[in-house]
Write a protein that binds this ligand. Structure first.
Ligand code: MEV
Length: 314
């Protein structure tokens, strides 16, 4: 038997930009996926994770590819001498909260325990990245999701564009900060949206160069302000980041609607988080009172919310 946990994640600053080697800031969530594995006659996969309706169906092939990659990496077979994997936990599966990275990390940790392999966190993270990437080896995802899912807490992340180890700086804040994650209810495929952005960039190199410069300043400023606890200014940088995400084409009406309502309710910062064109919107709401108020207004608009914290550590 083996058991393992993978955190959900939220990207505070930097989705899509990190794919091109620019820095990004992300945090593990308090919510996580738990995997239990046990030896079995034949391969069995029981997925009891809570989900946004339709998520698992839409992600069926992607989940299958991840499982295949994990089994291969641990030299396990789907026939004789196989395993049963059961997934549970309080991370609701949806685009934007790192559900697929949490799946990969939790199963990797569980298999590591069952097979007594003594892998360290770096090794766990590497295996989860390969599963996330779908074995294409083409660097279609940056690795920010699995890194957050493995370590939790805050991370400063820079993808190494030469293929070597990514720059990962873990840092902490004095106390976790309240956020609301508002779900658009739309599930998206990360690799497809990343490919769309790449296509747009290749057709508009000069425009993207300007956006990238602006983005880098925003990210640096947010980093300094998170460390000093100036969450008002962090919120402003999140808003700027959202503008830039809009310009690269990854926002949508549902995201903009949620942001408008949350702003009216007093949120300090609002942006899409993760893949975009659906998924979750991240609303910065320090203090329980503001968190409650913003979540209520967004729910009245017809969207589900998750009230949680950033800065939760392993
Ligand atoms: C997805 O959570 C974040 C993206 O930047 C893709 C990636 O970095 O792998 C859109």
């Amino acid at each position: 038997m083996g058991e393992g946990k993978g955190f959900g994640k939220t990207i505070l600053i930097g989705e899509h930009f990190v794919v091109y080697g620019l820095p990004g800031i992300a945090s593990g969530l308090g919510n996580a996926t738990t995997a239990n594995v046990e030896k079995a006659e034949k391969f069995e996969f029981v997925d009891n994770r809570p989900e946004i309706p339709g998520y698992k169906e839409k992600k069926k092939q992607e989940i299958q590819n991840q499982l295949d990659s994990l089994l291969k990496q641990f030299k396990l077979d789907k026939k004789g001498n196989s395993i049963k994997i059961t997934l549970t936990g309080n991370l609701q599966c949806s685009s934007g909260v790192g559900a697929s990275a949490a799946l990969a990390v939790s199963i990797t940790r569980a298999l590591n325990q069952m097979l007594e392999m003594n892998l360290n966190d770096e090794e766990i993270n590497k295996i989860a990245y390969i599963a996330e990437e779908g074995g294409t080896g083409k660097g279609s995802v940056s690795g920010i999701d699995n890194t957050c899912s493995t370590f939790g807490g805050f991370i400063w992340f820079e993808k190494n564009m030469q293929g070597g180890p990514n720059k990962i700086e873990r840092f902490s804040v004095q106390k976790p900060v309240e956020i609301v994650l508002a779900s658009t209810g739309i599930t998206q495929e990360t690799k497809k949206i990343v490919a769309d952005v790449r296509e747009k960039k290749e057709a508009n190199e000069q425009e993207f160069e300007k956006i990238f410069k602006e983005y880098t300043k925003t990210c640096q400023k947010a980093f300094e302000n998170i460390k000093t606890g100036d969450w008002k200014t962090v919120g402003e940088q999140m808003d700027k980041n959202q503008e830039l995400l809009k310009q690269i084409g990854v926002s949508c009406n549902e995201i903009e609607n949620i942001i408008k309502t949350a702003k009216e309710a007093g949120t300090w910062g609002a942006k899409l988080t993760g893949t975009g064109r659906g998924g979750y919107v991240l609303l910065l709401t320090p203090g329980n009172e503001l968190q409650e108020k913003v979540a209520k207004k967004v729910e009245e608009l017809g969207y589900k919310t998750l009230k949680t914290e950033i800065g939760a550590k392993k």
